[in-house]
Design a binder for this molecule. Structure first.
Ligand code: RUQ
Ligand code: CUA
Length: 656
């Protein structure tokens, strides 16, 4: 009963705050909306022309990463990352299945939140984009020459990897953190109410090989059992530091809505990762048992394989002085964002009435002067007054995330009052505000998290569309809004539906990526062990009940296209090589009754699908991609005979 009253109190408080916001700032309206023709012109990309930016939107619960052109907001591609994709066969083909392996088995789904590019001197270099899996904690690397997932690394000792992927200035590390604290040791079976004794937090530092991009878990830091929400790497003077927000410093394990909102302040965690790395190299970390998967696609064969790791290096702040600090920060902060100069650390207190801005240089001073409130598990808590540079007053209700335009302005998304608030980094005063449709989460400015933003476009990633688009039933797609921020006022240009639930997004000048994008997989470089380069090498081989079909695809036939001698109970692998070498000349393959899926095969690529025929009969297979005028003719038959049948294994194409 007491709980119910408290929930109601909080609910009515939030409702009241919303109402107050409306009175103070006016009803959501079309303020800042341009003359429609003017807006249309600013987003118009003529047929045949290209957009200026690639934008990558996380897919949230779709587990994917979608690619858009800006400013047109044309969708260019949906890249499957953590989720199976029936459209391409990702996660269904034998080559890609290992990418989705974890210590919990094959996990065909995840919840992807924050993409970040590989960086050189703080600027996105267009080589790779990383994205986190929030559920079964993982980090993925997508190769931006092919726009395909190349690697997925699982994170041990992590209960939800949300504060990820944020990349340091020269891609030394990708950050990770546990959103939910959990017992650290593997598979520990303890009462939930032993939270304070048995649960721990963790921060992860994932190293990236500068040549290959290959990721590895370099080390983890054991933390008090708080919840670690978001992260950011520093820049310029703060480049050796990483910042994370915490909530639930109350250490609640039930009804967090109430019990994790009790304290006035939680913390921003500041970690000197360079120092942590030195400690680890000096041997101050201990090796602890772990169990996690590392899945990597081989560049030459296109086949992914998994390595299982059984230990991880763990650094305890108690053994590593002067490395990590807590900055008290009001009210369950969510985002933590670093301005382009690397001086300001902006936190978004979900329930705070101001936006607190910490100063990096003041933080360093406070550390030197030992302006500590207390020390928790070897981690000094700095005095709030010693690090704070200012507080933005009247920021709206529920500030979450901040990006920057490089001209001394910051833009904060504000969830409850559903708006974006622009404020000055000079005097922390609000300069402008504009409605968001509706309930904005992240926002993204072109280059807005780099040392050198492009003050062009801003995308608001909102949570509910309600009346914005034609209705499509009780569930609408999540919308995004495109704003022009080049002038003094923010101006709304466009409102468009997206895929999944985009949390964060990243944009990059198209010129950085475009010249390196592959148009084909070079057949000469195809080292897939089951590839066939010429139709005359196509064949079918049996080894016990395993049958391998080595098949080529080219407009407009398969070789072979008549196969006999397959039996019920066989395990049939179709190894398909698309021997086309023309851009976008894709073929597909599907066979009746296959419970594995379909595959699409890009030019020069080899893909494998497995089939377990259940019943005797004649099984048509066909190309699923309309590839030529005679695409409908691109088909074949497999004859399946009974167990023990003596129909010989034969294959052919055309009359001999
Ligand atoms: S989150 S709406 Cu998963 Cu980045 Cu803030
Ligand atoms: Cu190949 Cu249709």
């Amino acid at each position: 009963m007491a709980q119910k009253t408290t929930i109601w109190k909080i609910t009515s408080l939030l409702l009241g705050l919303g109402l107050l916001a409306m009175i103070m700032y006016g009803c959501p309206s079309q303020t800042g909306m341009l003359d429609t023709r003017d807006a249309a012109q600013r987003v118009y990309v003529a047929p045949g022309e290209y957009d200026e930016y690639y934008a990558f939107f996380s897919g949230g619960y779709s587990g994917q990463l979608s690619v858009w052109g800006l400013p047109s907001a044309r969708m260019l591609r949906n890249i499957p990352v953590f989720s199976q994709d029936p459209e391409s066969g990702y996660g269904y083909s034998e080559e890609t299945k290992p990418l989705l392996m974890t210590s919990y088995g094959f996990i065909p789904w995840d919840d992807s939140h924050h993409p970040d590019f590989s960086q050189t001197n703080g600027m996105p270099d267009g080589r790779w984009i990383f994205i986190n899996g929030n559920n079964t904690p993982r980090v993925a690397r997508i190769d931006l020459t092919t726009f395909e997932t190349a690697e997925i690394l699982e994170l041990p000792n992590t209960g939800g990897n949300h504060a990820s992927t944020f990349v340091t200035e020269n891609t030394e590390y990708i950050l990770g953190a546990t959103r939910f604290s959990i017992p650290y040791e593997m598979d520990k079976d303890v009462p939930i109410d032993s939270y304070k004794e048995n649960f721990d937090g963790s921060l992860s530092f994932i190293a990236v090989d500068p040549e290959s991009g290959e990721m590895s878990m370099d080390f983890q830091i054991i933390m008090p059992p708080y919840h670690y929400d978001l992260g950011r790497a520093g820049k310029g003077p703060s480049a050796d530091w990483a910042f994370f927000t915490t909530y639930n410093t109350e250490q609640a394990h039930t009804l967090l809505e109430i019990y994790a909102s009790e304290f006035d302040k939680d913390y921003v965690v500041a970690v000197n990762w360079r120092k942590a790395q030195e400690y680890v190299r000096e041997g101050r970390a201990r090796t602890v048992p772990a169990n996690y998967y590392h899945n990597l696609k081989d560049k030459n064969t296109g086949i992914a394989s998994s390595t299982v790791h059984d230990e991880v290096l763990l650094l305890d702040p108690k053994d590593a002085p002067d490395m990590i600090y807590f900055l008290p920060t009001p009210k369950s902060p969510h985002g933590v964002d670093i301005d382009p100069t690397g001086e300001y650390i902006v936190a978004g207190g979900k329930l705070a009435t101001v936006i607190p801005v910490h100063s990096f240089s003041r933080m360093i001073e406070a550390i030197e002067n030992e302006a500590f409130e207390e020390v928790i598990n070897g981690i000094p808590v700095l005095e709030y007054e010693a690090t704070i540079a200012g507080e933005v007053e009247n920021p709206g209700l529920g500030p979450l995330h901040t990006e920057f335009d490089g001209d001394g302005n910051a833009y904060t998304s504000v969830y409850i009052s559903s708006e974006i608030v622009k404020w000055s980094l000079e005097n922390f005063e609000v300069l402008d505000r504009i409605d968001a449709y509706y309930s904005i989460g992240h926002l993204m400015i072109t280059g807005g998290d780099t040392p050198n933003p492009d003050r062009r476009y801003m995308v608001g990633l909102t949570k509910t569309s309600r009346d914005r688009f034609l209705p499509t039933g009780p569930k609408q797609l999540h919308p995004a809004q495109l704003y022009d921020i080049s002038g003094d006022r923010m101006e709304l240009l466009l409102d468009f539906p997206t895929i999944g639930e985009p949390h964060y997004a990243q944009a990059i000048k198209a010129d950085i990526i475009r010249p390196n994008v592959k148009q084909i997989y070079d057949l000469d470089e195809n080292k897939h062990p089951h590839a066939v380069m010429r139709p005359r090498d196509a064949r079918v081989e049996r080894d016990g009940n395993v049958v391998r079909v080595y098949m080529t695809n080219i407009r407009s036939h398969f070789t072979p296209d008549n196969i006999e001698g397959i039996r019920v109970g066989d395990e049939v692998y179709f190894h398909l090589t698309n021997i086309e070498q023309d851009w976008d000349m894709v073929h597909g393959f599907a066979i009746k009754g296959a419970n594995s899926g379909e595959v699409l095969i890009a030019p020069g690529e080899t893909k494998t699908i497995v089939w377990h025929p259940q019943r005797t009969g004649i099984y048509p297979f066909y190309c699923t991609a309309f590839c030529s005028a005679l695409h409908q003719e691109m088909q074949g038959y497999v004859r399946v005979s009974a167990v023990g049948s003596d129909v010989p294994l034969t294959w052919r194409t055309g009359e001999e």
